[in-house]
Write a protein that binds this ligand. Structure first.
Ligand code: GUN
Length: 286
């Protein structure tokens, strides 16, 4: 079994990115800027946002986290987003999810300018991805594709099963695998005989959000297993969706939690912000 070291790959890519950012600053006097809007005090979101900011600053980006109370109205939040859309010095805007109940998440995501939508959640960007003309793409599946590349894991002709159908991970992951010529099935909580189906996969991506849900009974010997899960066990310890200790003996490649997909998600977010900055430059809006 080979452990896919997402942390090490993230460090490597972020190092290269820092060099590209420094060069851009030197040659064009432009610094990519990422603004993250955090509504409320969800503990997990606070940790994610802090990590995003830390990585952005370390790679030489401009970074701002706008923290607003959970009581903010939808109009106020839309106005805040609009302010950063209008400000050309910010190239990427990310509104951390989940949002409080009273806010229409879709309305907020639709309001973000697709050119600054570094999450790739705007319907224009989702549509472009599905039609094979991706510009901004969701960071988590993008990070997983980088892992396949780094470890030279062939996808063409392989059978891929994605467990989870979220807009953030499952659906864009399926499209990226399809684009790489895998044969893809999307499974979810209502799929019948899920373990049996998962066991047909050469590539198994798990993003179902249930701690240690995937046991060795779900995994074909020699399969590549990617764990997107971030769950807390009864003791508050971070655990994945895959029962790592038993699956590692069956899989050919496997990602750990933590240190697998998570660091790559942040890396790809920064990469997208850098790309958004370059695109803005080409459009002459800097
Ligand atoms: N919440 C959990 N993951 C994500 C993500 O990738 N982007 C945003 N905006 N919110 C999230």
């Amino acid at each position: 079994m080979v452990l896919i070291d997402g942390k090490a790959l993230a460090v490597k890519i972020q190092g290269k990115l820092a060099e590209k950012v420094a060069r851009l600053k030197e040659e064009k006097g432009v610094v990519p800027g990422l603004v993250v809007i955090l509504v409320g005090e969800d503990p997990a979101s606070q940790v994610y946002v802090r990590n995003k900011e830390r990585s952005a600053l370390a790679a030489g980006f401009r970074s701002e986290v706008v923290r607003v109370p959970a009581t903010i109205s939808q109009e106020e939040l839309l106005a805040l987003v609009e302010r950063y859309i209008q400000d050309a010095s910010w190239h990427g805007i990310l509104v951390q999810l989940p949002l409080p109940q009273h806010i229409d998440e879709e309305a907020i995501l639709h309001a973000i300018d697709p050119k600054k939508d570094v999450d790739g959640f705007h319907p224009t960007n989702m549509g472009k991805l599905w039609s094979g003309h991706a510009v901004m793409i969701p960071s988590t599946p993008a990070g997983i594709m980088e892992m396949f590349k780094e470890y030279e894991i062939a996808l063409a002709g392989k059978r891929a099963v994605v467990i989870g159908r979220s807009n953030i991970v499952g659906k864009p992951m399926a499209q990226m695998l399809l684009d790489a010529n895998a044969t893809v099935t999307i499974a979810h909580s209502q799929t019948q005989n899920l373990a049996e189906l998962a066991k047909t996969a050469d590539i198994l991506v798990v993003a179902i959000g249930r701690g240690h849900f995937v046991t060795k009974d779900f995994v074909k010997p020699g399969a590549v297993v990617i764990d997107v899960g971030m769950n807390r066990d009864a003791n508050g310890k971070l655990i994945g969706d895959v029962a790592f200790d038993e699956v590692k003996d069956v899989a050919s490649y496997i990602t750990p939690v933590p240190g697998g997909v998570g660091p790559m998600t942040i890396t790809m977010l920064l990469e997208q912000t850098y790309q958004a900055c370059l695109l803005a430059g080409e459009a002459g809006s800097q």
